[in-house]
Design a binder for this molecule. Structure first.
Ligand SMILES: [Ca+2]
Ligand SMILES: [Ca+2]
Length: 474
């Protein structure tokens, strides 16, 4: 069962051997299927429209994570391209996930594990060429609005233009007084009686739409970061009206679910925190309503941007990538928010549409946000970057059912890893404790099989994909 690991290593080694510095300098590695960029000549495109949604789990119509959710625009976009139904984050929290996506380097290599780490301070990432920087180096214009990097750590060198500014990634939204359980900051929800136009996300969508109506002299990498459904769940009343309180479906929760997980996992779940507060205040239904309302508001923002694309000159020559940075628990495993290594926290939205990409494709292969950088390089014919730790998804965009042959990895803190394959989730914490779930029989990950000796071979196969390097946090 070590074959996969050796195959992967062998592949990496071969690739690196083939790529000499001289070959790179001579440009012989430029993708043969596309015209390489040449001095004094702008590349022809395609353009990239890069849409991020913050904290959106699988509660979309197309992923089927919640029976009540209404996301017609996201679902329509999925129909235009390939929807990755088994996509996962590099890390289940904003800063580490986004830094990994935008640099192509996983947390265990960079040491970026937490939300309070300025990611450019990582010795590995200090001089990293980010995804938009790589596009700029190939004649693209990189511009954007909204949350792409974690809010506290924007990266001005990544952009030629940003709205509202290089350092302020989004305009503020109106918020309600703190009313939700326990008075915990931002853990709050309710209708805010303003028109969409007063919402920061709507203004971001408007600015991005205006860029799609503008004439651009060079191909563009245009980023649009939607902040909802990040807390607080304050959106206009019409979105709450979509989900009558008495009809809300609550998540399917096993009350003794944490009895068979390691101590480290119970610590991450923290059932005495948010979950206890929600139950004490009888607020579960309201919270789910707030999250669903915020998702439908975000979906309308996406719809506005896609409509602008469809009415633009760029409709047929633009690759659209839509992603969310990680999942979200709303009580499953007695846990709320992200910050854990279970399916609800690691699974995210990822879809790619555009010229040449299979329409209405549903791809079950385990993939990662880390794969976006090499995929876009591949699709746009830019020079490859061998240090990237993801894989181009192009074979899956051509054939969503293609054999992928590898699992994907999510990391939460130093040396806590979860490996997700088509069927299994295997998690190993820094202290050596483990979880194993069989998604063929247990999609809620209720039954930890890690102690059952009949699965030793399954665990061994997944263990082989754990990274050898576990960088210190800086
Ligand atoms: Ca997030
Ligand atoms: Ca359990």
């Amino acid at each position: 069962m070590l074959k996969a690991r050796m195959d992967r290593r062998g592949f990496l080694k071969r690739s690196l051997t083939q790529v000499s510095g001289a070959a790179l300098a001579a440009g012989v590695l430029s993708n043969c299927a596309h015209r390489p960029p040449q001095a004094g000549r702008e590349p022809a495109g395609p353009n990239v429209l890069f849409i991020a949604i913050d904290d959106l789990n699988d509660w979309t119509g197309c992923l089927g994570g919640h029976p009540d959710t209404l996301t017609p625009h996201i679902d329509a976009l999925a129909e235009r391209g390939v929807l990755f139904t088994n996509a996962h984050c590099p890390a289940p929290l904003c800063n580490a996930s986004r830094a990994a996506l935008m640099t192509g380097i996983r947390p265990s290599t960079s040491g970026v594990y937490a939300n309070d780490q300025p990611w450019r301070n990582s010795p590995v990432l200090a001089d990293a060429v980010t995804l938009p920087q790589h596009f700029m180096a190939h004649g693209y214009r990189a511009l954007g609005s909204g949350k792409i990097y974690h809010g506290r750590f924007p990266d001005p060198p990544s952009w030629q233009a940003y709205w509202p500014s290089q350092l302020e990634n989004k305009p503020p939204s109106p918020e309600l007084e703190q009313t939700a359980p326990g008075g915990v900051r931002h853990f709050n929800w309710g209708p805010v009686d303003v028109p969409n136009e007063e919402m920061g996300d709507w203004q971001v969508a408007d600015w991005v739409s205006s860029q799609l109506q503008a004439r651009h002299e060079a191909p563009f990498f245009l980023a649009c970061g939607i902040f909802r459904p990040h807390l607080p769940w304050h959106v206009p009343p019409k979105y709450f009206d979509l989900y009558p309180l008495e009809e809300i479906t609550l998540p399917n929760v096993k009350e003794d679910d944490l009895d068979d997980v390691p101590q480290m996992a119970r610590r991450f779940a923290n059932p005495g925190g948010d979950h206890a507060r929600v139950l004490e205040n009888n607020a579960w239904r309201q919270a789910v309503q707030g999250y669903l309302a915020s998702i439908s508001f975000a979906d309308d923002c996406v719809g506005r941007v896609i409509e602008a694309l469809d009415n633009s000159a760029y409709r047929d020559n633009t690759i659209v990538v839509l992603w969310s940075d990680h999942g979200w628990h709303l009580g499953e495993k007695l846990h709320w928010r992200k910050f854990a290594l279970w399916e609800e926290a690691t699974r995210n939205v990822l879809m790619i549409a555009g010229p040449g990409i299979t329409p209405a494709g549903r791809c079950p292969a385990p993939v990662n946000l880390l794969d976006i950088y090499p995929t876009l390089i591949d699709l746009c014919g830019l020079d490859p970057k061998m240090e990237l730790e993801g894989d181009s998804l192009r074979p899956l965009l051509d054939n969503p059912q293609a054999d992928w042959g590898r699992p994907t990895l999510t990391t939460f803190g130093q040396n806590n890893h979860s490996v997700r394959s088509v069927r299994w989730r295997y998690t190993r914490y820094a202290d050596g404790t483990e979880e194993l779930y069989d998604h063929a029989a247990d999609e809620m990950e209720w039954h930890n099989l890690a102690q059952d000796s009949q699965y030793e071979e399954v665990k061994n196969w997944h263990r082989a994909w754990l990274p050898e390097r576990n960088a210190e946090a800086f």
